[in-house]
Design a binder for this molecule. Structure first.
Ligand code: ZN
Length: 291
């Protein structure tokens, strides 16, 4: 954590909480009819991509520690389908938890899980929410629209698990439509702390209320993309995944991220499920970021 030009900056550390092999057709939507797409997805011998599951620790010089997303609850380590729900659990049946459980990783980072008080949620899909129950004192900050997707009648078919979520009073819901302001190419953003160091960015499409997080660090801006795109290749090639909540919102969010990346070539972009991006942020920290 350091200050440059009087502007507070944060440090960011990525935690590898698990990984899951996924059909390439899930990550990169195959061309062709919907029958052809499903055939590619369900093919037993099709290529797979290994997707990491990441959570982030952000340290601010005066506002303290923030997390972005959460890891896996011990019940997911024992029984993924039990923890993720039967249908979504099927997609994640080959999940491999990280060597060190999420709460132990937090302790190793010098943090007591019971004392974490603020967590930004990019969205509420099961692979991001499982560890919310390990953070009993936390308030979770997310887009109001995401709650609509997560609590609707078909939520368990759409990748959500109601059992992961805390009571409503521990959710701080952001109304991007009302509170948001433009920032660069991004149409709706919220300056969370008020000093520009942590900016929430509305990036819907993957889910109804997905958000990304732009961090000012001493080295370079870091854009935690979340699942607005699964991988950097998705962004470069403008490839949609097999499934989105809304294709046109997804494309709009992807365009905003792309414009941001073009205007800020030094920025480090991290989709949650990109192993290469994880290695980049890990090496940035290894290169001697002041802790
Ligand atoms: Zn995800």
């Amino acid at each position: 954590v350091s200050e440059r030009d009087g502007e507070p900056s944060v440090s960011v550390e990525a935690l590898w909480v698990g990984e899951v092999p996924a059909p390439e057709a899930w990550v990169f939507r195959p061309v062709g009819s919907s029958v052809a797409r499903w055939r590619a997805l369900l093919s037993r011998h099709g290529p797979t991509v290994t997707l990491p599951l990441l959570a982030f620790v952000v340290r601010h010089p005066s506002a303290g520690v923030l997390l972005i997303d959460t890891g896996l609850h011990p019940s997911a380590l024992r029984d993924v389908r039990g923890d993720y729900g039967r249908i979504t659990g099927l997609l994640f049946r080959a999940l491999r938890p990280g060597e060190t459980p999420f709460d132990v990783q937090l302790e190793q980072a010098g943090l007591a899980p019971g004392e974490i008080d603020r967590v930004i949620m990019t969205h509420l899909h099961v692979d991001h929410t499982s560890g919310m129950r390990l953070l009993p004192a936390a308030t979770f900050i997310l887009a109001r629209r995401e709650m609509e997707g997560a609590t609707g009648r078909l939520s368990s078919l759409n990748g959500y698990a109601a059992a992961h979520l805390p009571e409503q009073r521990r959710m701080r819901l952001i109304d991007f439509e009302r509170e948001g302001e433009p920032h660069g190419p991004f149409a709706q953003t919220v300056d969370l702390i008020g000093d520009g160091s942590v900016r929430l960015i509305s990036t819907p499409g993957h889910t109804p209320g997905h958000l990304s997080v732009l961090l000012r660090t001493a080295q370079a801006p870091v854009l935690v993309i979340g699942d607005a795109v699964y991988t950097l290749r998705s962004l470069e090639q403008e490839q949609l995944p097999f499934r989105t909540a809304n294709d046109s919102a997804y494309r709009r969010s992807m365009q905003e991220i792309k414009l941001y990346a073009q205007a800020n070539p030094d920025a480090i972009l991290i989709p949650t499920h990109d192993a290469g991006a994880y290695r980049r942020i890990a090496s940035l920290n290894a290169a001697g970021q002041p802790a």
